[in-house]
Design a binder for this molecule. Structure first.
Ligand SMILES: *[C@@H]1O[C@H](CO)[C@@H](O)[C@H](O)[C@H]1NC(C)=O
Ligand SMILES: *[C@@H]1O[C@H](CO)[C@@H](O)[C@H](O)[C@H]1NC(C)=O
Length: 350
């Protein structure tokens, strides 16, 4: 009975005894190990700030959230993530990544978010744009001076929703073709001296755009403001324009944005996707209903067959009773005493 009290006491004493341990060198070394945890059912491994020079290859391969930030990784190799194909969230910020071998990100078909900010990249690894699930891309604070987007196949496959290219020395917004799902673009702290308003026609569902600390020309500034107002997007991070220019000096942007062919095709991409998914849903429902109906019909026919069979066999079983009068009387409850009666005489006899 006293055990109820004893157990917490033992646990308490044990933890007290264990407490002074972290001061020893053993635990400091332990801190350098990658830490495993489950966050919202996802397996997370944190290997941050460990002076790593390469992506470790001895981690559990089912890792879904991998944090490699604050290390000294200089190069990502084609085999770096070959073993970790379940990664959904990948943090690589604050490293020294200068180059990425082709094929590095290719195996990461479940990747939804990658953070490559604060590295030494000069271009965005193009294969990121072919990943089927990539929604969020952070590549801010790199010197993206050699983007080379001319060879990029557009529209891109990645369903980008968030893109951060802040502080990347960009002269203009990167041209990634239509981005129908993009709702937040951060291009702050870039010079953007060659900014063309046409770029915004690719983003028909933009809700937030950060253009703070850029050197937009007065006309570009006015056009962006006009466009944002027309879109109903958040104007909070758009710089306040110093001069008000006349329409002659700075035409309204709509012919080049929301009234353009590009904008229309961006909208129709989403419409198409919505109607396609609606069709799929309807087809799925129809299929489901058919399946249930088939099962019901099958059950009913099976039940009927069974009942018919039972009736048949019962009829067959009954036949001999009918033929033999002895058996027929046996089935009646009043036969029971008869049994006893026959037993009793045998006892009496003995
Ligand atoms: C844009 O990115 C910069 C740099 O990462 C950040 O400081 C800023 O808060 C971001 N803006 C928004 C609106 O999130
Ligand atoms: C732009 O739109 C206006 C109407 O808003 C139209 O009169 C004008 O011709 C258009 N310009 C071009 C170049 O399409």
């Amino acid at each position: 009975m006293e055990l109820h009290w004893l157990l917490p006491l033992i646990v308490c004493l044990y933890s007290l005894r264990a407490l002074p341990l972290p001061a020893s060198g053993f635990v400091i070394q332990d801190e350098r190990k990658c830490k495993y945890a489950r966050i919202e059912k996802l397996l997370r491994i944190r290997c941050y700030d460990m002076d790593l020079k390469e992506v470790p290859q001895n981690l559990k391969t089912s890792v879904e959230v991998l944090d490699l930030s604050y290390n000294r990784i200089r190069k990502l190799k084609s085999g770096s993530f070959q073993r970790y194909t379940d990664i959904r969230f990948l943090m690589l910020y604050e490293n020294m990544i200068l180059s990425v071998e082709p094929g590095t990100f290719e195996p990461l078909t479940s990747l939804q978010e990658v953070d490559l900010s604060n590295n030494g990249l000069t271009t965005i690894p193009m294969e990121l744009f072919t990943l089927p699930k990539l929604r969020n891309l952070y590549i801010d604070s790199n010197e993206l001076t050699h983007l080379g987007l001319e060879t990029l196949q557009k529209p891109i496959t990645a369903p980008l929703e968030y893109l951060n290219v802040a502080n990347c020395e960009l002269q203009d917004l990167p041209d990634l073709g239509v981005l129908p799902k993009l709702w937040q673009l951060n291009a702050s702290m870039n010079p953007l001296t060659n900014f063309q308003i046409d770029g915004l026609a690719n983003m028909c569902h933009l809700r937030v755009i950060d253009l703070a600390k850029t050197q937009l020309s007065p006309c570009s500034c006015q056009q962006v403001t006009n466009h944002i107002m027309m879109l109903g997007a958040n104007p909070k991070f758009v710089p306040v324009c110093m001069e008000a220019l006349s329409i002659d000096a700075c035409p309204l942007p709509y012919n080049r944005t929301i009234h353009s062919e590009t904008f229309r095709s961006c909208l129709s991409t989403v419409d198409l996707a919505v109607s396609r998914s609606l069709w799929l849903f309807a087809a799925g429902c129809f299929g489901g209903v058919c399946f249930v109906l088939l099962i019901v019909i099958w059950c009913v026919s099976r039940c009927r067959k069974k009942r018919a069979k039972r009736r048949m066999s019962q009829a067959q079983k009954r036949k001999p009773f009918v033929i033999s009068p002895r058996n027929a009387t046996n089935r009646q409850p009043e036969d029971e005493p008869l049994h006893c009666d026959t037993a009793k005489p045998s006892i009496i006899v003995h």
